[in-house]
Ligand binder design. Structure first.
Ligand code: NZQ
Ligand code: ZN
Length: 385
């Protein structure tokens, strides 16, 4: 196992009715700005619960953070936070709103052009406003990590950043807030956490037995629970399990002391930046192709994955590996995420466009061995046609 340093300061308030507990978490004298997206929180009662819990501590609101949050929108929100002397931010929504609030928290305290935060991957963040989150779409894990992804459409750039100052102080995970999710977002909430686990697990062995077993447990829970939750959308326990899986998939725990890949994500971000695919849709396209193209490098872990996650014990090594990748692909399709570029009306010209974006963003040495060059990314995209 590799050396690691692990700490996660985010308090999780889990379960039905927990929104009211935020009044204990946010200082009584805080000047709070509530940030949300296109209005789903007004339709499902989350907004009213927040107002009840915090009352006049909310000084201002910022609505309209987009899916794949936009840099210019977030800069306006940061300006509003400065103008209103805000001391605490509260995000209510999915990964985009929470990621957006991480950026607002940093940008509101940043000297100079906030685009630099993204160009420096967040390493130049010295101060950030404290913030909490109320998660309504379990998928990204943003509610318990310090990362964020911001989109700048006019540059066709979707760039990640992170900072230890960008962990939420607390996150409320109330599964009942997810009952109003459209099927497509429930699908995203299965595929994205699945891929987060794979990016940390499906690399090469370093003797990290517990991390492997935890990763396999999350994958198996998603495989078991995902289709059931789609078929039985009012079932609280299924929603609760999906929600906790999504958080555990990317809160740092399973990534301790292991090599990490993330090439599927970086290629996927370019597909979103160029063509507006949902984040998880891009992963469903890229992951199976990525595993196929790099199966020689990932051989030992693919065999372990085949046996322990899918219980595939018959056939040669190559056959078991291919069967495991095919099962992954079939699982994504089963939960409603098509796995080919052509399923999203993308042809060969998209491959060239993604490659030139990757080059422009210096995404030319990706993966756990930094050997996913543009040539390898090209093969992956070709295999995803
Ligand atoms: O804007 P509103 O009206 O709230 O509607 C949203 C949005 O349209 C809707 N929604 C959310 N909760 C709902 C709901 N609709 C009905 N009922 C509810 N309870 O769902 C739509 C999509 O929301 P969004 O937040 O964009 O989805 P998701 O949570 O999948 O977040 C995706 C973003 O997170 C980034 C992605 O790149 C993408 O920008 N990621 C962040 C990561 C992180 N911080 O660690 C890691 C991930 O790999 C990912 O890159
Ligand atoms: Zn993701």
């Amino acid at each position: 196992m590799n050396n690691f340093s692990f700490g996660n300061p985010t308090r999780i308030l889990f379960g039905e009715g927990q929104i009211k507990a935020i009044s204990e978490e946010i200082p009584a004298d805080a000047r709070v700005m509530l940030v949300y997206g296109g209005g789903s929180i007004k339709q499902n009662g989350v907004y009213d619960q927040i107002i009840d819990a915090l009352g006049d501590r909310i000084i201002s609101e910022f609505a309209g953070v987009e899916a794949n949050p936009e840099f210019t929108t977030l800069c306006k929100a940061a300006k509003q936070a400065q103008d209103d002397n805000i001391t605490y931010l509260l995000a209510a929504g999915g990964g985009s709103v929470i990621d957006g609030v991480k950026f607002i928290a940093a940008a509101a305290c940043f000297e100079g052009d906030p685009w630099q935060i993204l160009l420096k991957w967040g390493k130049n963040i010295q101060h950030a406003l404290p913030f909490g989150s109320i998660l309504t779409l379990p998928a990204t894990g943003s509610e318990m990590n310090s990362g964020s992804v911001v989109n700048r459409s006019e540059m066709k750039a979707k760039l990640p950043f992170g900072s230890p100052l960008c962990y939420p102080k607390f996150s409320v995970l109330d599964p009942t807030t997810t009952y109003t999710l459209p099927v497509r977002q429930l699908t995203n909430g299965i595929v994205d956490p699945f891929t987060h686990v794979m990016e940390q697990y499906l690399t090469y062995p370093v003797g990290a037995d517990l991390q492997d077993r935890l990763a396999e447990a999350i994958l198996q829970s998603l495989i078991e629970t995902g289709p059931k939750a789609l078929a039985d959308p009012d079932n609280y326990d299924l929603r609760a399990n999906l929600m906790w899986c999504a958080t555990m998939a990317l809160n740092g725990l399973i990534g301790c002391g292991v090599p990490q890949d993330w090439s599927t994500h970086m290629i996927g971000h370019e597909l979103t930046a160029l063509y507006g695919l949902d984040h998880a849709q891009t992963l469903a396209v890229v992951l199976p192709a990525n595993l196929r193209i790099r199966k020689a490098d990932k051989r030992e872990k693919l065999l372990q994955y085949a046996e322990r996650v899918w219980h595939i014990n018959e056939g040669s090594d190559d056959e078991r590996i291919e069967a495991a990748i095919a099962r992954t692909e079939a699982f994504f399709q089963q939960v409603g995420a098509p796995t080919r570029l052509t399923d999203y009306q993308l042809g060969d010209d998209a491959i060239g466009a993604v490659l030139s974006q990757l080059k422009q963003h210096q995404m030319v040495k990706l993966g756990e061995r930094q050997d996913v060059t543009l040539e390898v990314s090209a093969k992956i995209l070709e295999a995803a046609r």
